[in-house]
Design a protein around this ligand. Structure first.
Ligand SMILES: NC(=O)c1ccc[n+]([C@@H]2O[C@H](COP(=O)([O-])OP(=O)(O)OC[C@H]3O[C@@H](n4cnc5c(N)ncnc54)[C@H](OP(=O)(O)O)[C@@H]3O)[C@@H](O)[C@H]2O)c1
Length: 251
């Protein structure tokens, strides 16, 4: 299936590793010019070199810290200077933040800033251009809606789901789609910290994941790339788990 993505442009946050990296590589393989956003420039340079070596269009690198208020302006200006316009934004930058019951407002604010506020601000800055050109794609990498502990990231991801739904309805008539993907347990640097050994992964998977294993970033990126494509033109306002069957609820 031709995804009809050739010569589109995309901003991908969290592109230095894990899901963001796999999605950026997947988009570039379809001929998309990608702006790779994260803090660790050497990792982004390595990924850009890999994309070019594979015959993909040269990526644009944007070093940015999403905790900084200035990050959004910096990302938007840099992407627009490089590409002229932005067709797609994939919000994969983020991080989990388990909190104690007594955690103070600064820790909650930190988790909300990284996982909701900046994501919303960046998208809001890019969506007017998409509406004007009457084509755009927003894909948010979120997380579970079935928390077992307190975690600022879970609350932030839930905020993304509800905000994204509202936004999707506002912009659908301009051919701009907005969707969320909920990873279950996808192998990444973040997951490696929580499940450092193969045995710890398998023990969790045996109990919680019908597929019996953790997923690979590419298994989520495949769907992210599809949602970014012309082929997904009638899919918007959704929250789709990619979790080997881990979530327990049908809706
Ligand atoms: N993997 C899973 O199973 C899973 C499960 C639930 C939710 N998620 C969510 O899915 C998204 C991607 O997860 P992942 O597993 O691929 O994570 P990951 O491997 O830990 O990657 C996180 C990415 O976010 C970037 N990032 C973190 N803090 C940043 C900051 N302050 N400024 C700019 N970039 C920042 C990191 O880049 P730098 O460090 O280079 O800046 C990195 O590229 C995250 O939002 C995560 O919460 C993942």
């Amino acid at each position: 299936m031709d995804l009809q993505l050739r010569d589109r442009t995309a901003v991908v946050t969290g592109a230095s590793q894990g899901i963001g990296k796999a999605t950026a590589i997947g988009l570039a393989a379809q001929g998309v010019r990608v702006a790779l956003v994260a803090r660790r420039r050497p990792l982004l340079e390595e990924i850009a070199a890999g994309i070019e070596a594979a015959g993909g269009p040269a990526p644009h690198i944007i070093e940015a810290d999403l905790y900084q208020e200035s990050a959004v302006d910096h990302i938007v200006q840099s992407a627009q200077a490089a590409f002229g316009h932005v067709d797609i934004v994939v919000n994969a930058g983020g991080g989990s933040r388990p909190l104690d019951f007594d955690a103070g407002p600064d820790l909650w604010m930190e988790g909300m800033t990284l996982n909701f506020f900046r994501l919303r601000e960046l998208t809001q800055a890019l969506v007017p251009g998409m509406r004007k050109q009457r084509w755009g794609r927003v894909v948010n990498i979120t997380g579970t809606s079935e928390p077992k502990i307190l975690n600022a990231a879970f609350s932030a991801k839930a905020a993304v789901h509800v905000w994204a739904k509202g936004l999707s309805r506002l912009v659908a008539a301009d051919n701009v789609t907005v969707n969320c993907l909920q990873p279950g347990r996808i192998r990444s640097e973040q997951m490696k910290l929580r499940y450092p050994t193969e045995e710890s992964e398998l023990e969790f998977a045996r109990q919680e994941i019908p597929a019996g294993r953790f997923g690979e970033a590419e298994e989520l990126a495949n769907l992210a790339v599809f949602l970014c494509s012309q082929r997904a033109s009638y899919v918007t306002g959704t929250v789709i788990p990619v979790d080997g069957g881990m979530s327990r609820f049908a809706f």
